[in-house]
Design a protein around this ligand. Structure first.
Ligand SMILES: Cc1cc2nc3c(=O)[nH]c(=O)nc-3n(C[C@H](O)[C@H](O)[C@H](O)COP(=O)(O)OP(=O)(O)OC[C@H]3O[C@@H](n4cnc5c(N)ncnc54)[C@H](O)[C@@H]3O)c2cc1C
Ligand code: SF4
Length: 461
């Protein structure tokens, strides 16, 4: 019976209207829609969805509670494994994880697990939240570097186990990429991100902002002088990459990180904010990941005409399908199989065009992907006055450079085992700082694994 109902569509803001505002694009399910969508779940005995959730949320169990209209109980099921459900319900790539392996997806459409998670998390927040069980305080101090998803997940689990946890964060606001990278129209800060961070604080976790670990205090200081018995490093991968082509130092070339940080963390999108942001008339965003989509859609909302320049084809775009679809609906132009070779400037040193070359797909490389190769003599110019580079990021070398015996690999990522243990006893690491730029849920999963490993390390010490 259940399979006969199609996936309940989710309401969204009209593309024409939303291209000019920063309100959330997706409205999410209301109660009636959530009940209907939950009724599609088959409550599988061996649920494939759970196996593909990096934090192991008991998906059929929470959906069964939704089906019964027991929303508080559904929230309690999710809270056992996730401290950021309203965030994950909005930004996780469910299509390649839980939903990607839902049995209903074999012949039809998978259960909208992400939208149901979002509904439950929003309902719970608006109705008083979930009481969480916590072990008695054990007085053992653990430090966490960075307040992104990995640090928050690690800190939550340790606090629940009774540890005295302090997060040290370099920025003036906690949340990592959730705060400075992902835009308001995908992830509202005051309504969603901050309450979820407050729920981590409510567990007793202290968050000290404006602390540069490696400068204000080092990890060695924390362990040797400040009484911390272990440290988790969840410092992310915030160092932007550039292409190394001529003209990248012209006025009007930005990294997506800087552009998005100005708009999100420093609220430049809000006309009442004092933060300056350069709004080009015509903007080229170089790259094809979520960061490129976010930068492009932000520039569009600020009033620019935007073209995404990507060197492979639509099939290889690493961004979530939903984000690409939304970007297209809003009027972003895509130029596939196109690679910049030079940023051209005017006599005053400002960007005037992006010189590109046409690409074609060649033979598959070692990863099996067909690599793009330039088509000789196909160079052309795209007239733009701003270029935003969204080419990926790597970890900032500050922590590795100031912590004795902390091994890194050649891209600057901290070397850590499955459980987050590094080459330095007592120092654990996870999230983007270890893997390079990845996803919120993988970072959370790494934070949770490291919390368990820290507990074991400190229990046997
Ligand atoms: C624009 C953008 C869009 C994205 N969209 C998605 C998406 O839709 N879905 C998805 O799943 N993932 C997305 N990602 C990726 C995802 O956000 C990251 O993989 C995730 O946030 C990594 O978590 P983390 O805790 O490892 O690091 P981060 O979130 O980067 O947090 C690290 C924190 O450590 C702090 N820090 C760094 N150095 C120090 C120091 N020396 N001292 C103190 N603090 C320090 C940083 O300020 C930061 O707050 C996106 C990323 C970006 C940039
Ligand atoms: S695999 Fe799909 S149908 Fe089965 S329990 Fe998970 S969400 Fe429900």
């Amino acid at each position: 019976m259940a399979e006969k109902i199609g996936r309940v569509p989710v309401r969204e803001q009209d593309p024409k209207a939303r291209a000019h505002n920063f309100e959330e694009v997706c409205y999410g399910y209301d109660e009636e829609e959530a009940l209907l969508e939950a009724s599609r779940c088959l409550n599988c005995r061996n649920p494939r969805c759970v196996q593909h959730c990096p934090v192991g949320i008991h998906i059929p169990e929470f959906i069964a509670q939704v089906k019964a209209g027991a929303f508080a109980e559904a929230a309690a099921v999710i809270a056992r494994d996730s401290s950021l459900p309203a965030v994950c319900g909005r930004v996780c790539p469910q299509e390649t994880q839980c939903e990607g392996s839902c049995i209903l997806g074999v012949k039809g459409e998978p259960v909208a697990i992400g939208k149901l998670e979002r509904f439950v998390a929003d309902w719970s927040r608006e109705n008083g939240g979930v009481p969480v069980e916590k072990a008695p305080a054990n007085g053992i101090k653990v430090a966490v570097v960075g307040s992104g998803p990995s640090g928050l997940a690690c800190a939550s689990d340790l606090a629940k186990l009774g540890y005295d946890v302090t997060i040290f964060e370099v920025l003036h606001k906690a949340g990592g990429v959730l705060q400075y990278g992902i835009p308001e129209f995908r992830l509202p800060k005051l309504r969603v991100v901050e309450p979820e961070i407050d729920s981590v604080r409510a567990l007793g976790v202290k968050i000290e902002t404006n602390v540069v670990v490696g400068r204000t205090v080092t990890i060695d200081d924390l362990l040797d002088k400040e009484g911390f018995k272990a440290v988790f490093v969840g410092s992310g991968a915030g160092l932007p990459r550039f292409m190394g082509i001529p003209g990248e130092s012209l006025n009007g070339v930005f990294s997506a990180n800087e552009f998005l940080t100005r708009s999100n963390l420093m609220r430049a999108f809000d006309p009442s904010s004092d933060t300056p942001i350069f709004v080009g008339k015509r903007v080229a965003v170089v790259g094809g990941g979520n960061v490129a989509m976010d930068a492009a859609r932000t520039a569009l909302r600020l009033g620019s005409e935007v073209t995404i320049v990507y060197r492979r084809t639509e099939k290889e775009l690493p961004a979530r399908a939903e984000e690409v679809h939304h970007a297209r609906e809003e009027g972003i132009e895509f130029r596939m199989l196109t690679n910049p070779v030079e940023v051209l400037g005017d006599e005053k040193g400002w960007v005037r065009a992006l010189r590109c070359i046409q690409m074609e797909l060649g033979e598959p490389d070692a990863s099996g992907r067909r690599s793009p190769v330039p088509v000789a003599g196909s160079e052309f110019e795209i007239p733009v006055d701003e270029v935003i580079m969204a080419l990926g990021t790597s970890p900032n070398p500050l922590i590795a450079g100031t912590t004795k015996g902390l091994e890194t690999e050649r891209h600057g990522c901290i070397v850590a085992d499955e459980d987050g243990a590094t080459s330095r006893p007592g120092v654990f690491a996870g999230g983007d700082a270890v893997t390079g730029a990845a996803t919120v849920i993988l970072a959370m999963g790494a934070g949770r694994k490291a919390a368990a490993a820290i507990h074991e390390y400190l229990s046997t010490k």
